[in-house]
Design a binder for this molecule. Sequence first.
Ligand code: NAD
Length: 434
Amino acid sequence: MNITITGTGYVGLVTGACLSEVGHQIICYDIDEEKISLLNQGISPIYEPGLDELIQRNIDHGRLTFSSSAEEAYSNANCIFIAVGTPANKDGSANLSFLEEAAIQIAEYINEDTIVVIKSTVPVGTNERIGRLIQERVSPHIQIDMVSNPEFLREGTAIHDTFHGDRIVIGSNSSEAAKKIEEIYTPFHLPFVQTDIRSAEMIKYASNSFLALKISFINEIANLCERIGANIDHVSTGVGLDKRIGINFLKAGIGFGGSCFPKDIHALNHLAKEFDYDFKILQSVIDVNRMQKELLFYKAKEHFGSLAGKKATVLGLTFKPNTDDIREAASLQLIQNLLLDGASVTVYDPIAMPKVEKLFGDKISYAVSSEEALHGSEVGFILTEWDEIKNIKLQDIKEKMTVPIIFDGRNCFKLEEAQKYGIQYYSIGRPTIN
Ligand SMILES: NC(=O)c1ccc[n+]([C@@H]2O[C@H](COP(=O)([O-])OP(=O)(O)OC[C@H]3O[C@@H](n4cnc5c(N)ncnc54)[C@H](O)[C@@H]3O)[C@@H](O)[C@H]2O)c1
């Protein structure tokens, strides 16, 4: 089978590289010529642990190629996986323009019966609509079969997740097409969930919404813990060890960000409204997260009154560790708030500095290490629990900062340690060390 992957972002590139690793012949296509040029030199345009080596190995074996020519990508394809972005529109609905553009190009260049697999996260009904859009544009003897195959990988562990995922969801109204896609994935030895198209589309939104709900739920418990003198670390462990609940996604913090949860829950909420359904829990998840993302800033405001003139340090800028993705990261909102309040801001992140510099330019300062960022600082914020940040020595914080006070959105340090080193330490859902 000639397989084309459309979109070489976090999902498309990892999927293409992993499918080539198990022996498939893959062309990865992207409209971004710069990305394709880097990839043709064996350089990954995104940071994902293990990805550079995986790409290089499969280029060397001749199984993985990259192209920015739609004709080259589609004219011999019999199976196309679409993994383009589906960002949020202003009203919260999913923006499907990249997907539609891809569909129009596919229709222009394919020459034979084709299975079109949508991996992008899309509202229920999209696969059917895209299928019609392509079918109407191709000659009548070409048959288009649609397969919804939502993706569940997580940035930072994307390769591991692809090879060791919990399930592969395949939704199609054509059992033949579904079988062919199952065959493509067979070397991964993962459980399959075969379903109709609409249910497959819904599985993705329901999964992300449920995970987001767990996060907002534990964050509310954390906020309550602070008020009543309990410790969320102990509470999460005690709750999570109940197998019916599970320990994952019960880590309190400054809310969820990234390119998926925020936009996906908004899109599901929007979809519900379109169908006259008031999805009350989902709306609360959104509201709680909005509040949680600004929590550290407001804790600092409460402590200082005003942050005007303060030298502030922000450590960790990505929405989670082990990725360079800063989409919807809480750090961006915090930096904005600090600047608006008149603070001077120095930031450090092990990977994402260039991306943040593109956004903030010379409005903030960029340090080459967390130590440098903390030097002379009067207030420190921790936003991402990179190992490097968790391993900062509290002695260093004490010595480097003019006033050792930390607002930690990821509960990186033990309370006893903060106490021992005389650091004022605000974290999430735990007693404050003053
Ligand atoms: N990032 C994740 O962790 C993750 C996980 C699961 C699902 N998803 C979903 O997968 C989809 C892709 O997400 P992503 O993070 O990989 O996006 P991304 O923004 O990193 O990559 C999308 C790529 O598509 C390319 N593109 C846009 N239009 C194109 C076209 N017409 N033809 C070819 N290429 C085109 C862009 O240039 C870009 O390189 C989204 O729907 C997302 O919700 C993402």
